[in-house]
Design a protein around this ligand. Structure first.
Ligand code: FAD
Length: 579
């Protein structure tokens, strides 16, 4: 075998999960629909509750929904929204601070922030716009061209000099930061969260920052997680993984080569790191959830999680958990596999069901690589249906899964309340989002955990952009909610009914990667080097080709003699002769 397969798990649950990647979207959705469908009476109650929630949130007005208003103002259809996105995307790939500063200067100065001033009813949006505008203009040392504002600013610069403006920018950035970030340090975050906890708000802290690029990055993130776990443990003061605060970790932050091609190394190096953090969390008496990342890393992450789940030192601790993404075609079999593995390990997992934050890039990546299909659904309503079917499966396995439902969608929330009845579970939302929605329903008996990013505003942008992409999409609930022109019945339309009406076909505008360029030509075909099944098939084909002794001779020459040709991947191996 040429490829080091990281999994030895050939159980039928695992094979079902793997098979769903290649299955057609229609086939999967037809299986999910009846599992997601409530009876008629329940459906009516869900609709009524969802509509009431939307009416309530709209009545409270945009002013109270900070990030939603921000995302509405800086949508991806505005130049400034796109600038923010490009900037963050590019920043991720710039290794040194000086070049990053140059890029920020270039991009922020380039956009027309002034046009957004006063456009929103939200104080927060206007404050953020000021911050961005100041940054843009001051970085170039130019006064702004805004009438009235320009001359004031000019006077300020001449009178007090640049440092004053910088302080003003600093303050405005803090306002921006405070909206999206729980605290600059874990201690600050814990202190800010504490007063809300008796009301039913729980927290899971996320140390901001993106994937590790180097071993030094990974070490730094490990240390930062370890320090945070200790601090959260002190604050939790024995409340345990369910009632107390916890931590969310990203595997990509803990290893610079967290990828399938490095599976053996990842298993050897990242596996023990994850277990070590889990031990610290167990010792601190808190919960630890592994965030879900790109679909291509799913199988690899499951092997690491399975190893941790079965590690003897973690026995008796029910705080270990992971996030699963409803938009993935593999989500339902994944829940089946998790429940089976948790039972086998005699433990209960904390499972956070999300819809998934990487939809755009999943689609784009599959197209670029010319893959056979997509790992995710192509219709928003299909993701919603999958979410409900998965929620039911989780609620049906309480001995193996502690269910956590992360959503800002009023329909999804109303459906969960109905489906769950009196069974134990918690809601989850992101800090800075969904406060009004959950404000009405959260009590100590109906708790909601807040995903609380911690870090400085320098680390915030990539996170902010993920939220911008997600909520700026016209299919997103938050976007529809903020659009006063959208009728309530449409905003909370029942996804099961929507999908049934569409006859479960994939989205017609998102054709399969191979059909992208039709009718001119077929897209070139790629191999999914992250899919075990594809790798296994490839291995077979390579072995077959390697078993043959290849000969290249000019026509008319006797096929004897010649010079050996060597395998470029293994220069010791002769693959044939050429004359
Ligand atoms: P909705 O508007 O109802 O749903 C939006 C979602 O629908 C999109 O994000 C996408 O997933 C899906 N979607 C949009 N268009 C389409 C389409 N055309 N076809 C198919 N699907 C589509 N995300 C992660 O990936 N990993 C995590 O670990 C993670 N952790 C989170 C933790 C918490 C506490 C929360 C609240 C969120 C987390 N998220 C995570 C982000 C989460 O995925 C998004 O916030 C969520 O998808 C938004 O869903 P919604 O129900 O709030 O909104």
């Amino acid at each position: 075998m040429l490829h080091p397969f990281p999994t030895n798990d050939r159980s039928s649950a695992r094979l079902r999960l793997a098979a769903a990647l290649a299955a057609s979207e229609t086939e999967i959705i037809e299986d999910l629909l009846p599992r997601a469908q409530p009876d008629a009476a329940t459906r009516q109650r869900i609709d009524r509750r969802a509509q009431a929630l939307v009416t309530m949130v709209r009545a409270k007005g945009n002013k109270s929904i900070g990030i939603e208003a921000f995302l509405q103002e800086f949508s991806l259809s505005s130049r400034e929204g796109v600038v923010l996105m490009c900037l963050a995307e590019a920043l991720l790939r710039i290794p040194d601070a000086d070049t990053a500063d140059l890029l920020i200067r270039d991009k922020l100065a380039d956009a027309d922030w002034a046009a957004h001033l006063g456009q929103s009813e939200s104080m927060f949006v206007n404050a953020s716009t000021w911050a961005l505008m100041f940054t843009g203009k001051i970085m170039r040392f130019e006064p702004t061209g805004e009438p009235g504002l320009g001359s004031t600013l000019k006077r300020m610069i001449t009178a007090s000099g640049e440092p004053v403006i910088r302080r003003a920018v600093g303050t405005a950035m803090k306002i921006l930061g405070r909206q999206f970030v729980m605290g600059r340090t874990i201690e600050e975050g814990l202190a800010r969260a504490a007063p809300d906890e008796p009301k039913g708000w729980r927290h899971s802290y996320d140390m901001l920052g993106e994937a590790a690029r180097t071993a030094a990055d990974a070490d730094r993130y490990f240390e930062s997680y370890a320090r945070a776990i200790a601090a959260i443990g002190r604050a939790s003061a024995g409340r345990g993984p369910i009632d107390g605060p916890g931590i969310s970790v990203k595997l990509s932050a803990l290893h610079p080569r967290y990828e399938v091609a490095q599976a053996q190394r990842v298993r050897r190096e990242l596996g023990p790191r994850l277990i070590e953090l889990a031990r610290l969390a167990k010792h601190a008496g808190i919960g630890m959830t592994v965030d879900a990342e790109e679909a291509e890393r799913l199988e690899l992450s499951l092997d690491l999680i399975d190893a941790a789940m079965n590690d003897a030192s973690l026995k008796g601790w029910d705080g270990f958990g992971l996030a699963v993404q409803g938009y993935q075609k593999r989500c339902l079999p994944l829940i089946g596999w998790l429940a089976e593995r948790a039972r086998a390990a005699n433990r209960r997992l904390m499972v956070r069901l999300v819809k998934g934050a990487y939809w755009d890039s999943e689609i784009k990546r599959a197209q670029e690589r010319g893959l056979d299909g997509y790992p995710v659904f192509t219709r928003k309503a299909s993701t919603d249906v999958s979410y409900l079917a998965c929620a039911r499966a989780m609620l049906a396995a309480p001995e193996a899964i502690y269910a956590q439902f992360a959503t800002h969608n009023a329909h999804t929330l109303a459906a969960i309340l109905e489906l769950a009845g009196n069974r134990p579970f918690e809601f989850q939302r992101l800090h800075g989002m969904g406060e009004t929605l959950y404000g009405e329903i959260v009590t100590p008996d109906r708790p909601c955990r807040v995903y609380a990013p911690v870090g400085s505003h320098e680390d915030l942008l990539p996170y902010l952009v993920r939220r911008l992409l997600e909520n700026g999409a016209n299919t997103s609930f938050v976007n529809r909610l903020a659009d006063e022109g959208a009728p309530i019945e449409q905003v909370v339309a029942d996804p099961v009914a929507t999908v049934s009406a569409l006859v479960t076909k994939p989205h017609p505008r998102i054709v399969l990667p191979r059909d992208l360029y039709l009718p001119e030509r077929r897209n070139s075909q790629g191999v999914d080097l992250n899919d075990w099944g594809a790798l296994e098939r490839l291995d077979g084909e390579i072995a077959q080709a390697a078993a043959r002794n290849w000969r290249a001779t000019p026509t008319g020459r006797a096929p004897s003699g010649g010079r050996g040709v060597y395998d470029p991947a293994d220069p010791r191996r002769v693959i044939g002769q050429v004359i």
